[in-house]
Design a protein around this ligand. Structure first.
Ligand SMILES: NC(=O)c1ccc[n+]([C@@H]2O[C@H](COP(=O)([O-])OP(=O)(O)OC[C@H]3O[C@@H](n4cnc5c(N)ncnc54)[C@H](O)[C@@H]3O)[C@@H](O)[C@H]2O)c1
Length: 284
């Protein structure tokens, strides 16, 4: 049972100036929590501070830079007395990568990994000691580390190899962290795997109206809260197009590539289309 969302608890949320992170900050504020929103978008931070109101402070940081985390650490010591009840490592970018053409530039691959993966490594290495210290000193203290992954890091659809690789690495890291903390009953680790969510990263920046398929960021964080209350590590969000059973079947098929000796990404290959379609029709 999660007791994270409650008055006077604290939250540090990266990528909290927009989308899912902003919706999570709004939820925390709604519970009367103190929130530190960390983001690198100065204008986004300014707008978020205005919309979130008092109880929220902001920090302009680039999560990929170790030195920026030093600054954030100072802020948490000063403003929260070192107490973090919710650490949401959520900042991410979706820069396009490919194996040919301009998108094959290794510097883009590196940037995606620096933000999406090392941004989380930096956050864990900076704040886990704080969280463990508080958790060891009081059994009443509850903390949650929420790490934002992606279905692309699990089923690996074709296109954008760096994004997929970064999110596969994030999944691995979150699983390892959960395992390492298994004896620490007052620290929970969760991986948030959004479905398609209508945010700047996933279409909303275009200014077009929200299509039917994606969830709103608020739906995602409500779903997250429910799973946190159930104490679940996996927070695999559906959306209006893809339900939970469809996701599960797709993940099992994906894992089956190695087990069955199929070609990688078989789901998208013409020679496996029929077999995959039959698989999706089966009951789990
Ligand atoms: N929207 C989706 O459909 C979807 C699906 C799966 C996973 N995700 C993941 O959800 C997370 C949140 O994304 P979102 O969809 O809310 O997008 P978003 O673009 O609305 O929010 C991402 C936020 O991260 C910030 N950010 C980016 N790089 C940063 C950096 N180096 N340092 C600090 N802040 C940085 C951005 O300024 C922005 O405020 C990401 O990790 C993304 O990969 C989103």
């Amino acid at each position: 049972m999660s007791t994270i969302f409650k008055k006077a608890n604290t939250a540090v949320i990266t990528g909290g100036a927009s989308g899912i992170g902003l919706a999570l900050a709004q939820k925390c504020v709604g519970y009367g929590m103190r929130v530190l929103v960390a983001d690198w978008d100065a204008k986004g931070l300014e707008d978020a501070a205005k919309s979130l109101g008092s109880g929220v402070s902001t920090a302009r940081v680039d999560v990929s830079k170790v030195e920026d985390w030093g600054e954030l650490k100072g802020r948490v010591e000063k403003e929260f007395g070192g107490q973090i009840n919710l650490l949401a490592l959520n900042a991410g970018i979706g820069a396009r990568t490919a194996f040919e053409g301009a998108e094959a530039d290794p510097s883009i691959f590196r940037k995606v990994l620096d933000v999406n993966f090392f941004g989380i490594v930096n956050g864990v290495s900076t704040f886990l000691p704080f969280i463990k210290e508080k958790a060891s000193s009081s059994s009443d203290y509850q903390s949650a580390i929420v790490i934002t992954g992606s279905k692309q890091g699990i089923t690996n659809p074709p296109g954008n190899p760096a994004y997929n690789a970064s999110k596969a690495a994030v999944k691995s890291l979150a699983e390892q962290l959960s395992y390492d903390l298994r004896a620490q009953k007052n620290i929970n680790v969760h991986i948030l795997v959004p479905g398609w969510t209508w945010t700047a990263l996933a279409g909303a920046a275009s200014g077009r109206a929200k299509p039917e398929a994606p969830w709103t960021p608020a739906q995602v964080v409500d779903y997250l809260e429910g799973k946190m209350r159930e104490g679940k590590f996996w927070v695999l969000c559906p959306d209006n197009d893809v339900d939970e059973v469809t996701d599960k079947k797709r993940m099992l098929w994906s894992a089956g590539d190695a087990v069955e000796g199929r070609a990688p990404l078989s789901r998208w290959r013409d020679e496996f289309k029929g077999e995959f379609a039959k698989w999706m029709e089966k009951d789990l």
